[in-house]
Design a binder for this molecule. Structure first.
Ligand code: HEC
Ligand code: HEC
Ligand code: HEC
Length: 136
């Protein structure tokens, strides 16, 4: 038992050493893609907000677009009321009205740059070709 102090001390050191790479890489790994939010439409917004809170959009924009598709195509809905009671026109165009930047190449556009970075290939663009954020 008299050795337990030293054992605990060396365990602490081992754990500290093992976690060094983690601290060293903090903020370096998972570097985000160069997302460009600086579009003419967003510059004009008094309050820089997406349709729903940013974190939610980052994680759930695909579900929102699928919901919009179902509502538009199956129920003929044209309007989406967000969690703050604000109204938006249902359509992929609505996203691009804010997120498309005519000054950028197609590969640098908001949607495309992030999808390329994450190797996501939405199946939507075969039918919505000009709506992939590359051109408008
Ligand atoms: C097989 C072809 C096809 C594919 C693939 C497709 N769509 Fe559509 N989508 C349509 C058609 C046709 C309409 C109706 C167009 C209209 O009413 O103007 C539509 C309408 C929509 C609408 C509402 C209208 C608008 O202007 O945006 C949304 C939102 C939508 N689709 C989202 C998606 C999403 C998201 C995907 C991929 C997950 C997708 N679609 C894939 C054919 C397709
Ligand atoms: C009224 C303008 C506007 C519309 C319409 C809009 N956005 Fe946004 N969006 C923004 C702004 C501004 C931000 C950044 C908010 C911030 O800085 O927190 C943003 C952020 C985002 C983000 C998070 C980006 C990041 O930093 O990770 C995603 C994803 C996104 N939008 C997708 C969409 C999609 C998909 C649509 C259509 C369904 C859409 N947006 C419609 C203005 C808009
Ligand atoms: C911050 C990065 C980021 C931005 C910006 C972004 N996306 Fe995405 N998107 C993703 C990721 C990651 C996925 C895949 C998520 C998954 O598979 O669960 C995805 C998936 C999708 C899908 C579903 C694809 C499928 O086949 O099911 C659609 C549709 C989509 N995004 C549309 C858009 C549109 C339109 C914009 C621009 C207005 C946009 N995204 C901007 C990261 C982003």
């Amino acid at each position: 038992m008299y050795k337990s102090g030293r054992i605990i001390a060396s365990l602490v050191i081992v754990v500290a050493l093992l976690s060094l790479p983690f601290f060293y890489n903090m903020g370096k790994t998972n570097k985000r893609p160069g997302i460009n939010l600086n579009t003419p439409a967003i510059q004009k917004l008094a309050v820089k907000q997406c349709i729903e809170p940013t974190e939610w959009m980052r994680a759930n924009h695909m579900q929102l677009l699928n919901l919009w598709r179902d509502e538009a195509v199956r129920e003929g809905k044209t309007e989406y009321i967000n969690s703050q009671g604000k109204s938006f026109k249902i359509g992929i165009d609505t996203c691009l009205n804010c997120h498309y930047n005519p000054a950028l190449n197609s590969s640098d556009q908001f949607c495309v740059s992030c999808h390329d970075y994450a190797s996501v290939k939405p199946t939507c663009w075969s039918c919505h070709p000009w709506q992939n954020g590359a051109a408008k």
